[in-house]
Design a protein around this ligand. Sequence first.
Ligand code: PGA
Length: 252
Amino acid sequence: MRKQIAAANWKMNLTLPQAEQLLDTLLAEAAPSGNRQVVFAVPFPYLSMAQQKVQNRSNTFIAAQNCSNRKNGAYTGEVSAEMLQSLDIQYAVLGHSERREYFQESNQLLAEKLNISLEYGIHPIFCCGEPLQVREQGTQNEYVATQLRESLFHLSSLQLLQVVIAYEPIWAIGTGKTASSAQAQEMHAFIRQQLTEKYGEQVSSAVPILYGGSVKASNAAELFNQPDVDGGLVGGASLIADEFKAIIAALK
Ligand code: PGA
């Protein structure tokens, strides 16, 4: 069975003491077992602290929320995949809709970021998903297929197997408006079908596809129980220990 992942996306929240406290509370629970994983995508300055806390814990990983498309050099303010690798970081969230919208990240730029993270052994959590007006026009499948084609489909099968996909409809992020479990399943099945057409069944059936957008304790189990929903990328609810604990417990 493919990996089932509860990924916390803290975004630009929490001071260092608050971050440590939240992690300590969550890490006091039993570690996930089997095919289940927990990932914490923390702000850059906390990566080292967080990595130290999880290093001896099974199935628990730290993610960066971004990484540069450049290898190294005079790019003030950027953080490279090589730096993440040197901290032993295993994952990086790439192409979150907030990065696409506020920092003009294009599908092409994201293809470069995927390449460089894979080169340094970082698993990309690649985000895709349509804005509200696209959903209203009913063209969300074409929209997401273009994101996949332009950012992912140059990868080899072996590279794709290192990637986690997160489908996050933009109209559901931070709005309290979750996609219904049927809407999530429909898009996840569509994404998997696109992967199957390009890479074949064996590869596509191994790639985890997370749902993101107002996942909370009260809706996680219903979403995660859909056959093509392999967990969630969770923003707001991941900042509340009891909410995130319940979300972890809802993994298949
Ligand atoms: P949300 O954010 O859970 O607060 O909607 C999800 C995300 O942006 O990854």
